[in-house]
Design a protein around this ligand. Structure first.
Ligand code: ADP
Ligand code: MG
Length: 247
């Protein structure tokens, strides 16, 4: 297996506070990797350092063997490092198919003139429809995004991310705010994404994490406590103590 995404001694401080503490994280190609840890452990900060939303105080981020530590977010995105983002107002007023087709068109560099060349439009719509089918969203293609149930809206966020053709997809609590009845379905869809998309996911619901992940990294107070298989993590005394509140 090869490593697609890696951090070397990554540090991020806010004033005197150490939010990321010499983190060495390695995500293998095709991984279903989860990042867990208590509230405030630094999970979101780590994702922000990976995407380039935040600059590290020290250390390096390496994507497919290339040092991207100082690279802008859109440059990392072009290299296949993609995170989901919340549906904005523009997308909320569009239909599901329009939103995803627009994201595909943007990737092709067609920008806001995406409807101009008819062939390109048809291609973008075709690709968008394929993404919707993969996520079980095709039946909602002509609905306005804002009219969908919350769980479906979170799926559209994943559809918009897939439109970027990610090699590594970063999901920060993809089921946040989604009712339990819908979150299981959401995770089933995520689990069925093709293996060429490596997934690093943050989730606080342990049932969902243990069902999804093959590899789990536990972050505590900004530092990696342990990284292993779900079986080992579930039995790890320190993890049970700090994370599951035992002992
Ligand atoms: P998690 O996602 O694991 O809940 P975060 O990464 O959001 O944790 O936050 C980790 C710690 O860093 C928290 O104590 C938080 O208050 C702090 N933190 C995060 N972002 C900032 C910021 N921009 N300025 C100051 N402190 C921050
Ligand atoms: Mg967070």
């Amino acid at each position: 297996m090869s490593t697609v995404l890696q951090t070397h001694e990554l540090v991020r401080t806010f004033g005197g506070f150490v939010a990321t503490d010499h983190v060495n994280l390695a995500v293998e190609a095709g991984a279903r990797h989860a990042l867990i840890g208590p509230n405030g452990a630094g999970k979101t900060t780590l994702i922000n350092l990976l995407t380039g939303y935040l600059e590290p105080t020290e250390g390096r981020v390496v994507l497919n063997g290339e040092d991207v530590t100082r690279m802008a977010q859109h440059e990392r995105c072009r290299r296949g490092l993609v995170r989901t983002f919340q549906i904005n107002q523009l997308f909320a007023d569009m239909t599901v198919l329009e939103s995803v087709a627009m994201a595909v068109a943007e990737r092709h560099g067609l920008g806001t003139r995406w409807w101009k060349p008819l062939a390109a439009q048809a291609e973008a719509v075709d690709e968008a429809a394929q993404i919707l089918q993969r996520l079980g969203l095709l039946s909602d293609a002509y609905e306005r995004t804002r009219n969908l149930a919350y769980g479906r809206q979170r799926l559209i966020e994943i559809a918009l991310a897939l439109a970027q053709r990610p090699r590594v997809l970063l999901l920060d609590e993809p089921a946040a705010g989604v009712p339990t009845s819908e979150s299981r379905e959401l995770f089933e869809v995520i689990a069925q994404l093709p293996r060429e998309v490596t997934i690093l996911l943050i989730e606080h619901d342990m049932d969902l994490v243990f069902r999804f992940a093959e590899r789990i990294s536990v972050l505590v107070s900004g530092a990696l406590l342990v990284e292993d298989t779900p079986e080992v993590i579930a039995r790890h005394p320190r993890v049970r103590q700090v994370y599951l509140g035992e002992g």
